[in-house]
Design a protein around this ligand. Structure first.
Ligand code: ATP
Ligand code: MG
Length: 566
């Protein structure tokens, strides 16, 4: 491609609405332009990288025995009503009506569509396992679209679905998909980790997220400093050692004290001079429509994913302030378990056995001192309901927990019979008995992957594409195309390299050399070949974008040189 006529507008300045490096570089290198919040156009350079990534994904999916198909982006509401998700998916689901006022959704994921398709076509166990995938645009009206294509509202996903007659078959395909994912992310040049994740309302089944390690990641990974254990913080189990860290305290009766304007643990610590370990945090949730109060020791955070998992619920939302007043008869900031009647109170293990605790008094500007669970309020039971913290023992018994940030680029999930039961997708087993199909789902955020690659492969001058996904193999530059010997050698090399099968971006623009070199560094094509002053002698300059190494090579040896780099 001749750069003169390539639609790849580069920017010198860092766009001020782009917070993270990958977003900045995608804009600056001319890969991407925003159309609306969380909606982007991919310019030719971006599209080329997307195609490279998609080819790697296709190769590995096909190798793992999956077949490609294409499902619609528009889904009739009936399918989502059948699964029950029309109501629970919430505002993230983009909904629309057709001219007959019928409801539709723009697909955020395709479990419903695939379940209904297979339900209508497959009746016998003999046809299983089936594994299909597509690479397609998805729509999610995210609350906070941000960081460019890392969290957008329209994005490309590879989603695969496997269907099975039994668990053993699901486990086998799950393993294959897991391995295919590891190969895909390795081929994309990524430093990643597969971590245990929360399986949501279905519970009990396996799920892993593939996390690209990066400080801009929105997920926190809890990992052991000595073993292989790694889990999303949402999921990471807390090993409870009974009474391990309780502070000693005398048993005294409850005492009401004035704490004007003191609403947070930090403020309490200062005003009462009490260690947060001596406080109980009370957090009210609405869990699938039911009021639930959760208690955790003051130095910990409640993990709402664990609350959801414990109660096998679809949703757990913090109770809005007005409902704390209306339905709990309390005051936001002063919520406490004493005197809360007719509400389910669950406590984290850390609260068990506490004495002399500070709790909210359900009255404005008041707290109780010397509170004691079971004496001053009832607790339904104690569970693991808090986030792990660094230094906690690793759940596999080896080492201590540390944290790292990660970008979730992929997700493999044993879904089981959630959709087949809801949507009545059954088959006949070898004894002629009707059973619900067993399902696995496997997603990769293709556009997010692009940004994740850049997060891990850049320097202050621009992108450094791994060879496997680079938009071009070679960036050929003629320093001064007005000089005949340079122009001729440039043209000759451009033809020759293309004939040899290389994808070449040819910068024959009438621009200053500095501009061309800056653009080349920004775009990050792995090999730069510069035709300059030594064109007459048949010598060109070859520069590796990755190492910065420069070598002068005679054009007679250029093929050998390029081959050696691979
Ligand atoms: P997240 O927790 O980041 O919102 P998710 O758990 O909702 O992701 P899945 O439903 O598992 O995502 O979707 C599969 C993959 O699609 C994710 O692993 C991620 O890489 C990608 N993805 C999900 N939401 C977005 C988005 N808004 N923008 C870009 N990619 C996304
Ligand atoms: Mg996920």
């Amino acid at each position: 491609m001749r750069q003169q006529h390539s639609f790849s507008p580069t920017l010198r300045e860092v766009p001020n609405d782009a917070e993270v490096v990958s977003h900045q570089l995608m804009l600056r290198a001319g890969l991407l332009r925003q159309v609306a919040s969380g909606v982007y156009s991919y310019l030719p350079l971006g599209q080329k990288v997307l195609r490279k990534v998609q080819e790697i994904i296709r190769e590995e999916m096909n190798r793992a025995g999956a077949e490609e198909l294409l499902l619609p982006a528009i889904h009739p509401s009936e399918l989502w009503q059948e699964s029950g998700r029309w109501d629970v998916y919430g505002p993230e689901l983009m909904r629309l009506k057709d001219r007959h006022e019928r409801d539709f959704a723009l697909g955020p994921t395709h479990e419903e569509v695939i379940t209904s398709l297979v339900r209508d076509e497959v009746k016998s166990y003999k046809r299983f396992p089936l594994c299909v995938y597509q690479i397609q645009t998805k729509f999610r009206d995210e609350r906070r679209p941000r960081f460019g294509v890392l969290r957008s509202r329209e994005f490309i996903m590879k989603d695969a679905y496997s269907l099975h007659a039994d668990e053993a078959s699901l486990n086998e395909v799950y393993q294959k998909m897991y391995q295919a994912y590891a190969r895909i992310f390795t081929r994309c040049g990524l430093n990643f980790r597969a971590v245990e994740a929360d399986s949501g309302a279905i519970g009990g089944t396996d799920t892993h997220e593939f996390m690209v390690l990066s400080e801009v990641g929105e997920d926190t990974i809890a990992y052991s400093d000595t073993s292989d254990y790694a889990a999303n913080i949402e999921k990471a189990e807390v090993v409870f050692t009974e009474y391990e860290q309780l502070l000693p305290a005398e048993e005294k009766p409850l005492e009401l004290v004035d704490t004007p304007g003191v609403k947070t643990i930090d403020q309490l610590t200062t005003s009462l001079k009490v260690d947060p370990k001596q406080m109980i945090k009370t957090v009210a949730f609405e869990v699938d429509g039911e009021l639930v109060v959760v208690l955790v020791r003051g130095d910990y955070e409640v993990n709402d994913t664990k609350v959801k998992a414990l109660l096998k619920a679809e949703t757990a939302e913090l109770l809005p302030e007005e409902r704390i007043v209306k339905e709990l008869g309390s005051v936001p900031g002063f919520l406490g378990p004493h005197g809360l009647d007719n509400v389910k109170i669950l406590a984290d293990h850390s609260v068990k056995g506490m004495k002399g605790a500070v709790i909210g008094a359900n009255e404005k500007d008041k707290h109780y001192l010397h509170a004691q669970p079971e004496r001053d309020f009832t607790v339904e039971d104690y569970y693991d309901l808090r986030n792990v913290v660094e230094g906690d023992p690793s759940p596999d018994g080896e080492g201590r927990i540390k944290f790292a940030e990660g970008i979730e680029v992929g997700h493999v999930f044993k879904v089981g019979t959630k959709y087949s039961e809801a949507m009545n997708a059954t088959f006949l087993d070898e004894n002629g008995k009707e059973k619900p199909m067993i399902m696995g789902c496997y997603g990769i955020g293709v556009t997010r992957l692009l940004a994740a690659i850049i997060e891990q492969h850049h320097d202050q001058d621009g992108i450094i594409w791994p060879e496997t996904v680079a938009p071009f193999d070679i960036h050929l530059i003629t320093v001064n195309p007005k000089k005949e010997e340079q122009r001729e050698l440039g043209e000759k090399l451009y033809q020759q390299l293309q004939e040899q099968g290389y994808d070449v971006l040819f910068d024959d623009r009438q621009e200053r050399p500095g501009v061309k070199f800056k653009d080349a560094d920004l775009m990050g094509i792995p090999l730069r070949i510069t035709v300059g002053k030594q064109a007459q002698e048949g010598i060109v300059e070859c520069k590796s974008r990755k190492t910065g190494d420069i070598e002068e090579i005679s054009i007679n040896n250029i093929n050998q040189f390029i081959n050696q780099r691979r």
